[in-house]
Design a protein around this ligand. Structure first.
Ligand code: G6P
Length: 605
């Protein structure tokens, strides 16, 4: 959430900063700004997108050191003044910041009492003033002193006109990665902003700071004692951060699902013994057997796929399992049990609510594993073990391929947990065959896109919709509604099909369509019964189902998906809902990759 870039070296900083910001824009896109140090400190910032800032950048905005920011507003509306960088009164210090300063109100009061004129509504501005007011000798000391006064989370980068040869950065809760170039250094909150320039990177840990000069970097703790961080090569293809021929990242990532699914399964299926091999769990068979309960934690789509994962684990391993929104978990003083396996699910590995839940569990002595996409991210590092999702970089705010790989990660986990218990080798083999077929089946659904685009045109016209499903199908409906609302801005409400008649049926009318998830399973007849109740009230129906399910007389638009094993069907039922949301948003002309008010990684509580 919010993006930071910085550059110091032999080239003009501004174009590089703007290019980096464009790559980080999915992290926040309500305003953007850059500061450069040339003959003096210059700042340009603006509400709107990075391209608006680029178009308006003053001529001769020169300097070979600079910092930049793309914002997702927390304190104060998205306007030019609240955009970062923030500067002190004299215009000597510029600061960009990700995260939240919890004691900003008291610091603002203190500074105002001391006669400082604060111009923005932000928490960050205090930091520029605190640094400017420090009497310490070096920039490092001044930044450390200012940081000692603040409580909260941050990734920050600081420029100071008195110290034109350096950028000082610090991290506490918001990632910062240093990129090492040839007589130039970069810094960014996300690898995606760096890989165009260098793949030699060093990660800062929480509580650490760094000084970047054109020729190198030094790292130290906030008490200014040195820590050694060596830069290493990361194995990434810079092209994987580009949308390529696609007009949106969401579409690219939707279409990448079969290949991504292959990657998460690769090397992890043991056909001979009908089980999965997940070396990263760091648990032997005996420890695995001792698990009495599984508790899954995630936010947004990761929470909904966590509910799908809980069903899988209960069905295959017969271990009681449930999922909870990580954002709520920590606040109810949760009971942490030693024989519960806690599972944190996160694409980014940065979502603060999920990270804080992991820390709470570990503080209380619980064992937590991560299903995480971004290698080396904060959640991955905090966990006792885990399963990397190998979906590749996901840029669109609406999660698609990472979500699919989360489901498959849960399938692997459930298989491994099941096979040390009562799941038979035959059942294990049955599931392995189904998993192996999954990439091809994902492709089959994607190939049916045209029909889904037509159905979506109709749905896009409705102001309000229901998404319904039962048991395994309910988290599918929840995820479908989430996708639809986040990118089409239509009111989409998920309900258990069985609960409709207990209230929401009152809302069904010819103007309120229902998207129903109706797999061919033990509940089909009951599901179809509920569809009749909707149809009888004139409610238009789109039914995501399997060939052979009899929907005669209902007048529905049907979408058939290929069959897997019943336990694995939920993910195949989810893909058409992704496509419906995508095409509805496209029909409505929305900016699909950057839905209003949202951001890709939510690193503030
Ligand atoms: C944000 C995004 C969602 C995402 C959630 C969890 O809210 O808008 O699409 O599902 O964060 O993100 P994570 O990176 O933890 O999976």
């Amino acid at each position: 959430m919010c993006g930071i870039v910085g550059y110091i070296g032999t080239q003009q900083a501004a174009p590089l900063l703007l290019e980096g910001l464009a790559r980080l824009e999915h992290r926040g896109y309500d305003s953007a700004g850059v500061a450069v140090l040339g003959s003096g400190l210059r700042v340009a910032k603006k509400a709107g997108r990075v391209r608006d800032l680029s178009e308006d950048l003053p001529k001769r905005f020169t300097g070979k050191a600079g910092i930049g920011h793309t914002r997702w507003a927390t304190h104060g509306p998205a306007n030019d003044v609240n955009a970062h960088p923030h500067v002190d009164g004299k215009g000597e210090v510029a600061v960009v910041h990700n995260g939240i300063i919890d004691n900003a109100a008291s610091l603002r009061q203190r500074l105002t009492d001391e006669g400082v004129d604060l111009v923005s509504d932000t928490d960050t501005e205090v930091l520029a003033h605190l640094i400017a007011r420090s009497a310490a000798e070096t920039l490092e000391e001044r930044v450390a002193e200012a940081l000692a006064a603040i409580e909260g989370t941050y990734g920050v980068a600081v420029l100071h006109a008195e110290f034109p040869d350096r950028i000082v950065v610090a991290r506490n809760g918001s990632p910062l990665i240093i990129g090492v170039g040839d007589r130039e250094m970069h810094v960014a909150s996300d690898l995606g902003a760096l890989v165009r320039y260098t793949t030699t990177v060093a990660h800062l840990d929480d509580g650490e700071m760094a000084t970047l000069t054109a020729t190198g970097f030094t790292t130290y703790r906030q008490d200014l004692t040195r820590v050694q961080r060596t830069a290493t090569q990361v194995d990434v293809d810079p092209a994987s951060y580009d949308a390529g021929e696609h007009d949106s990242f969401m579409r690219k990532e939707l279409l990448e699902q079969p290949a991504a699914a292959e990657r998460v399964l690769r090397g992890r299926l043991d056909e001979r013994f009908g089980t999965a091999h997940l070396g990263g769990l760091n648990m032997d068979a005996r420890e695995t057997r001792e698990i009495r309960r599984v508790k899954i934690l995630g936010c947004g789509s990761a929470y909904y796929v966590g509910q799908m994962g809980a069903s899988l684990i209960e069905e295959l391993a017969r271990i009681p399992a449930d999922a909870e929104a990580a954002s709520e978990f920590r606040y109810r003083n949760p009971i942490i049990e030693h024989d519960t396996l806690y599972v944190a699910v996160s694409q980014s590995g940065e979502t603060i609510d999920t990270l804080l839940a992991v820390q709470e569990i570990r503080r209380k002595g619980g064992r937590v594993i991560g299903l995480v996409n971004v290698v080396g991210s904060a959640i991955a590092r905090e966990c006792d073990g885990g399963i990397y999702l190998h979906a590749g970089p996901e840029v669109a705010v609406a999660s698609t391929k990472a979500l699919t790989n989360m489901f498959l990660g849960f399938a692997l986990l459930a298989l491994q947990l099941g096979r040390v218990r009562d799941l038979s080798i035959a059942d294990g083999k049955r599931l392995i065959a189904a998993l192996t077929a999954m990439p091809g089946q994902l492709q089959e659904i994607l190939d049916g896109e045209e029909h889904l685009a037509e159905v979506a045109q109709g749905l896009a016209q409705a102001e309000s919709l229901f998404f319904v499903g039962r048991v395994r199908g309910f988290p599918v409906a929840r995820e479908g509604a989430q996708k639809f609302k986040e990118i089409s801005y239509r009111h989409a409400e998920a309900y258990q099909t069985s609960e409709l008649k207990h209230g929401p049926l009152a809302l069904i009318s010819t103007a309120v369509p229902t998207v129903a998830v109706v797999p061919d399973d033990e509940l089909t007849d009951r599901n179809v019964g509920a569809l009749h109740e909707i149809a009888a009230r004139g409610g238009p129906l789109v039914v995501v189902t399997h060939a052979g399910v009899d929907l005669a007389g209902l007048g529905v638009q049907r979408v058939d998906v290929p069959r897997s094993e019943r336990e694995l069907d939920p993910i195949l039922l989810t893909i058409p809902l992704q496509l419906l949301a995508f095409h509805a948003a496209q029909a409505l002309g929305h900016d699909i990759d950057k839905p209003r008010n949202l951001a890709k990684s939510v690193t503030v509580e």
